[in-house]
Each structure stands twice: as C-alpha cells, then as structure tokens.
Design a protein around this ligand. Sequence first.
Ligand code: RP5
Length: 172
Amino acid sequence: MSTALVGIIMGSDSDLTIMKAAAEMLEELEVPFELTVVSAHRTPLRMVDYASRAAERGLKVIIAGAGGAAHLPGMVASITTLPVIGVPVKSSNSIDGWDSMLSILQMPGGVPVATMAINGAKNAGIMAALIIGAFNPELSKRLAVFKQKMSEEVLRKVGTLREEGWANGYDA
Ligand code: RP5
C-alpha cells in the first residue's frame, strides 16, 4: 500500500458517518490516505503526537472533522505546518452545527484552518486532492476529469428538463 498523503482525523467514531465522504472522495481520486479518531478533549496527548509527527510521517494535508466545541482542527493547525482542512460536524451535541462551524472558522490571525461547510466532508476530500494535485500532474488530470463529469451530469439534467418541457429559452 502506498504511503498516506492525507490524514483524516475526527473527534469521535460517531463523526464517521459524515467524515467517510472525505475518504470516499480520496479513494475515487486515487489519493492515498489514512483515517483514525483523535479527540482534542479526550485524547489531547494523542492529538499533540499526531499533529507533531504528521509531516515527518509523509502526510501533506490533514482533514480534521469534529462536532460541538470543535477544537480539533484549530489545535492541530496550531501544532503542524501542514495545511489543515476543517469539517464542522453537525453532531448529537451540536447546536445545529453552528457551534462546530464557528469553533473551526473563527481562528486567530496566524493559524488558519480551511473551513468547509457544515458536514462538508466530500469537499474536504476534494480540497485535499486539489492541494496535492497542484504539485502532481497525474492527480491534476484526474481532477480535471472529475470536473468534466460534473459538468456533463448537469447538462444531461438540462436535457431532461428540456424534454419534460420545464427548461426553455437559453439553449447553450
Ligand atoms: C465531538 O463531540 C466529536 O467530534 C463528536 O462530533 C461529538 C460527539 O462525540 P461522541 O459523544 O459521539 O463521542 O468531540
């Protein structure tokens, strides 16, 4: 198995239902990744160890998802020099995801976390691939194919709406 380039971590196994979308996206784009649970509050020393050694273990990007008082992405970003992508998880202890989102988004100057939408793990996977793809022409080609497929899917839907008589006028 090739060495992981992306580390996906989350505050609890209960986050996996959301965070697995990041793993699925990386799998589709053929980006090697690893995945585990690292809790900022319940395993703080594990978090420090993970973040401290992530770069030397060969990771290039970290995706960190957490719910409620979501300190994991920001704390990991405070330790590592790798880019950290944060996913606010709308968890059972979360106020509609807003608490998680603001905990991840409102970082102090100097310690950025690239914050995705609430439950936006799919985009986190794509964002990690985009960062690595900037230095990897093969991955960049796969991302271009991915974008092309999305575009074709939309045009196919436009065709269906036209056939059904809903879409009219603009015909490009
Ligand atoms: C956060 O608390 C976790 O990231 C999770 O979203 C939430 C609930 O955790 P569990 O009680 O399900 O372990 O730290």
